[in-house]
Design a protein around this ligand. Structure first.
Ligand code: ATP
Ligand code: MG
Ligand code: MG
Ligand code: MG
Length: 351
């Protein structure tokens, strides 16, 4: 009989809309004739307030692509999930950002002892928190930009402490630098800053998103990405490059049609490709990822340096997203990719 896949999408995160589009693509991929009678889909939608809505509403959102108006009541207690949840054999969370990519939902699946697609609790949490992530990457010997971790309390503090923090950022990182909430995605809350004024504005803004903030030295480089698939023997895809004309790869550039170009495979020397693939596997293993991850890099052409930027343990998964396209160009079509992901989840079990 068909395996029942609980596809969870939406979520209490700034990446809610992207998640809906990712889920539409995955739903189609799991049930296309290329996966004949393999999977029965049970969709679950998490609204913007965190309430779980059952298969009927979720299916209609998959059809229309429109978010459901958020519930006014607080999210349900965990004994209050839609009844169809008890039928699920394997979960497929396609939630981007906080409350989904960060280990929270993975912990729920682990508690109910059902396997799920993607990384476990610790790897998801480390992958989402850019401060923890960078510490783990450094321990694995991966090169990255200079950075400073900042705590919100240093920003929401007396002017003297705040000013000292800004002096320290200016003297150690200089301008331009990037201010980021530690736990987010899709460039939400990120600013490229060139002056002290912009720095304080960016820090104040980032502090409204997260208690932890990271400031990084800005680098001038080509942006390249690699997709990894697997559990104990992870494989790296071909490399993709992103080009754009905006100041950086910000939210608008990511999600406005025609603003960014994905070049797959990227035009790079063989040794650079091989190094990025090797670094991707090292990074995947370093955080203890499972199933899938997309690794983002800076390639400084002038010096030949390859710096790891970050990992995304639940990367964008629309038909046009980098992750599935990288596998497509590596020789794994979308329906085969989602099939493999579910099989990897079943193989790993609820750990
Ligand atoms: P994603 O949607 O990939 O999860 P994110 O929100 O986690 O994104 P980053 O990938 O860390 O954010 O940064 C977003 C973009 O900002 C990068 O793709 C790049 O264009 C720019 N950027 C970030 N950090 C730096 C840096 N240190 N130097 C130069 N550009 C940077
Ligand atoms: Mg990210
Ligand atoms: Mg992300
Ligand atoms: Mg990124």
């Amino acid at each position: 009989s068909r395996i029942k896949v609980g596809l969870v999408f939406g979520g209490r995160s700034g990446e809610h809309e992207v998640s809906i589009i990712s889920a539409q693509a995955i739903a189609k991929g799991l049930t296309t004739p290329a996966n004949p009678d393999r999977y029965e889909l049970i969709p679950f939608y998490i609204d913007k307030n965190g309430a779980w809505l059952g298969a009927e509403i979720a299916a209609s959102i998959l059809k229309t692509g429109q978010p459901h108006p958020p519930s006014e009541t607080p999210p349900p207690n965990f004994w209050n999930f839609p009844p169809q949840a008890s039928e699920v054999d394997v979960w497929f969370p396609i939630l981007h950002g906080p409350n989904g990519e960060d280990g929270t939902v993975q912990g729920l699946f682990k508690l109910v002892q059902k396997p799920w697609v993607g990384s476990g609790v610790a790897a998801s949490a480390v992958g989402m928190d850019k401060i923890l992530m960078k510490a783990v990457f450094a321990a694995a010997g991966l090169e990255q930009v200079a950075y400073l971790p900042v705590n919100r309390s240093q920003i929401w503090s007396d002017p003297c402490v705040y000013s000292h923090l800004c002096d320290h950022i200016e003297s150690t990182l200089g301008y331009p630098c990037f201010v980021k909430p530690a736990n987010l995605g899709s460039s939400v809350g990120i600013a490229k800053v060139k002056t002290r004024d912009q720095l304080t504005t960016a820090l104040d803004n980032a502090a409204s998103y997260d208690t932890r903030i990271i400031v990084e030295a800005g680098v001038v480089a080509r942006e390249v990405e690699c997709a990894v698939l697997g559990n104990d023997r992870p494989q790296a895809s071909v490399i993709g490059e992103i080009t754009y004309t905006s100041e950086f790869y910000d939210y608008e550039t990511k999600y406005t049609d025609g603003r960014a170009n994905l070049i797959i495979p990227a035009d790079l020397p063989t040794e650079v490709i091989e190094k990025i693939q090797a670094m991707s596997i090292t990074a995947f293993n370093a955080i203890g990822a499972a199933g899938l991850a997309r690794l983002d890099f800076f390639y400084v052409e002038k010096t030949g340096e390859i710096l790891i930027n970050e990992v995304n343990t639940l990367p964008g998964f629309t038909a046009l997203s980098m992750y599935p396209q990288l596998w497509e160009k590596t020789g794994l079509a979308f329906p085969d990719l989602v099939h493999q992901l579910v099989q990897l989840a079943l193989e790993r079990g609820a750990v």
